[in-house]
Design a protein around this ligand. Structure first.
Ligand code: AMP
Length: 293
């Protein structure tokens, strides 16, 4: 028997027709927006959302609006044929792969922008990036109208921004977070990891190691918070990173600097977040951390 393969649509009209049909049949629909070059981080999101819904839509769209003028939009990996094989392996129901004109037709003028959470961290070095993300994700969610959308913990600031956006704009989709997937050596899986040479990859591995080291120093009270961060920052530079763009600890729920109070039994649930450049590749990572002070 021939295996069923993922249905592919390229227009919002065809997407809406299929999703409406599913909704009319009482089925719950989930969406996983991606930029393609699919890896096991993306596939883990698809498997996760399948537990919550009946039908899964994956979108692949390399969004020009979220890349800065000197970033890698042109050379961002694109591999639709292998992506489709992977989508079939995890039994995705529908691939939405629009072209740029379908998302941004001539005369497109609107920008969706979330305040506050989009200041600092990744935004500091990537002006306009989150406006590009929120604009495209608003469009994708409104075109599809899924019951649930899943975004990866790997891009923790992005997830926090999108959750706020969906709430503020009354988008009728539950925004959820899927766990961060790492390669066997501990590096956070990313479509951009293919840019790394073998030597750069060894340097890149210092990111998860350094985060773990800082977490143990702070959680076990071996070093004061700022000292642990400064030491970690210096270690990354000494390991060969060209630049550490940020290495910070923020509150988990709103990404504000730490201001919450703690008790002996309930610590502040925080995040340690980092962005650093090795060679020409910018890497991000984050982990949860408990703060008792
Ligand atoms: P991208 O294709 O890089 O735009 O990512 C699409 C979605 O996959 C986003 O929600 C990312 O946060 C998520 N994602 C990317 N890498 C990972 C990973 N290693 N673990 C979990 N989710 C990821």
């Amino acid at each position: 028997m021939k295996k069923p393969s993922v249905q592919i649509v390229r227009t919002k009209k065809d997407l809406r027709t299929q999703v409406t049909e599913w909704h009319m049949s009482g089925l719950k629909v989930g969406m996983v927006p991606t930029m393609g070059a699919l890896h096991h981080g993306h596939l883990s999101l698809i498997r996760e959302i399948q537990k919550h819904v009946d039908k899964v839509v994956v979108s692949i769209f390399v969004n020009p609006k979220q890349f800065g003028p000197n970033e890698d939009f042109d050379k961002y990996p694109r591999s639709e044929t292998t992506d489709i094989i992977k989508l079939n392996e995890v039994k995705t129901d529908l691939l939405y792969a629009p072209d740029v004109g379908e998302i941004y037709p001539d005369g497109f003028l609107t920008i969706v922008s979330v305040a506050k959470i989009t200041e600092g961290l990744c935004a500091a070095k990537r002006p306009g990036h989150f406006d590009g993300v929120t604009t495209v994700v608003t469009k994708l969610l409104l075109q599809c109208l899924p019951d649930v959308a899943l975004f990866g913990e790997k891009d923790f600031q992005q997830y926090t921004v999108l959750k706020q956006m969906a709430k503020d704009l009354d988008i009728p989709t539950e925004v959820m977070c899927g766990k961060l997937i790492r390669d066997e050596d501990g590096l956070a899986t990313s479509s951009r990891n293919i840019y790394l040479s073998a030597e750069e990859r060894q340097i890149a591995l210092e990111i998860p190691k350094t985060l773990k080291q800082i977490i143990s120093e702070i959680e076990e009270g071996k070093l004061p918070l700022q000292e642990a961060l400064d030491k970690g920052n210096q270690h990354l530079i000494d390991s060969g990173f060209k630049e550490v763009q940020y290495l910070e600890i923020r509150q988990s729920d709103d990404l504000e600097p730490l201001t919450q109070t703690f008790t002996e039994t309930s610590p502040i649930l925080a995040r340690i977040l980092v962005a650093a450049v090795v060679g020409k590749t910018r890497l991000i990572d984050n982990m949860p951390i408990k703060i008792y002070f």
